[in-house]
Design a protein around this ligand. Structure first.
Ligand code: ATP
Ligand code: HSE
Length: 318
């Protein structure tokens, strides 16, 4: 059994991501160049018996700093503890933690802030151990906490990820592929938030066979379009499973999406929204998309780039 090294301090840098990319609902993720930086230290003394605040000290700056809860309920802390638990360290034997996080991934905007936090916490927890968790265990753990593999796999592995589960209850798996250099993501972020839980509650329980067949074809085409044939991006990003079904919760995003697609841009709702992601074939197309978005108030158009590497972990001390 591996054990946490008391006094060890680790630094983790993790990218946010855009899930779904249109037809790849709950399966595809693209890591983006927006990042959180997290430092976690295993302090002397166990978490047992102490109050919440003293068993996990949390300091947050940047995105979400006004709203994120501290103590044992913090998502980063829970994810560190989940990694220690996966290594066989019982709750009563887990150390007190000090966590400092500087967040660059916007919250509740559909760019995978919760998955980035889960990956950062779990990767940090693993690095606190004398024997870190194998990569496939970490992948299964973070996808299980999130409940789907799209954002979590992208934050862990970088690039474009294709995630799935073995059987109904088996381990989560993912493969990473390299997006072609000509694909330039433009991320359109509105000044409103939408929680993933609320957006998921809007989805129907059943879809038609025709929509399922359409989705399979477009999702397969999308991998070819992102990796080798950006000229196919507009057709490959057509969705029938979730975007229209959630439009009532994000009318401004649905309107921007429609206008961008009518102008020939491969626009999709980023994750559960409300951000809109445009997959542009080259810099000129990206400039065109940004100009269209810039004409609207309440929107910020970013060009974060693709994060080709996933989470990075460094041991600072101990
Ligand atoms: N760095 C963080 N530290 C602690 N909690 C976080 C952090 N990042 C996100 N969270 C938690 O996750 C919530 C946002 O999760 P939610 O799933 O609603 O949106 P998202 O992950 O940003 O978007 P999406 O899943 O659609 O890409 C925040 O309100 C906060 O509770
Ligand atoms: N695939 C997820 C991504 C957000 O977590 C959804 O669209 O609900």
């Amino acid at each position: 059994m591996s054990t946490p090294v008391l006094g060890r301090r680790v630094r983790v840098v993790v990218p946010g991501s855009s899930a779904n990319l249109g037809p790849g609902f709950d399966a595809l993720g693209l890591a983006l160049g927006l990042r959180d930086e997290v430092v976690v230290e295993a302090l002397a003394g166990t978490a047992r018996g102490g109050d919440e605040a003293s068993s996990a000290e949390v300091e947050v700056s940047g995105e979400g700093s006004g709203s994120i809860r501290g103590g044992e309920g913090n998502l980063l802390v829970r994810s560190v503890r989940a990694a220690l638990h996966a290594a066989g360290v019982a709750a009563a034997d887990q150390p007190r933690l000090r966590v400092t996080s500087r967040n660059g991934v916007p919250h509740g905007r559909g760019v995978g802030s919760s998955a980035a936090a889960v990956v950062a916490g779990a990767a940090a927890g693993s690095a606190l151990l004398d024997e870190p968790l194998p990569r496939e265990v970490l992948l299964d753990l973070v996808c299980g906490i999130e409940g789907h593999p799209d954002n979590a796999a992208a934050s862990l592995l970088g690039g474009l990820t294709l995630g799935w589960r073995e059987g109904a209850h088996g381990p989560w798996r993912a493969v990473r592929v390299d997006p072609c250099a000509d694909v330039v993501p433009v991320l359109c972020v509105p000044d409103v938030e939408l929680s993933t839980a609320r957006a998921r509650a809007m989805l129907p329980l059943h879809v038609t066979h025709g929509d399922a067949a359409h989705t399979a074809g477009r999702a397969a085409l999308l991998v070819e379009a992102v990796t080798r044939r950006p000229d196919l991006l507009l057709a490959a990003t057509e969705d029938r499973l979730h975007q229209e079904q959630r439009a009532a919760a994000m009318p401004a995003s649905a309107s921007l999406l429609g206008d961008l697609r009518a102008a020939g841009h491969a626009a999709v709702i980023s994750g559960a929204g409300p951000s809109v992601l445009v997959l542009c074939a080259g810099d000129a197309a990206a400039a065109g998309a940004r100009a269209l978005v810039g004409a609207r108030s309440g929107w910020l158009a970013l060009e974060p780039g693709v994060a080709r590497e996933g989470v990075a972990v460094e041991v600072l001390a101990g």
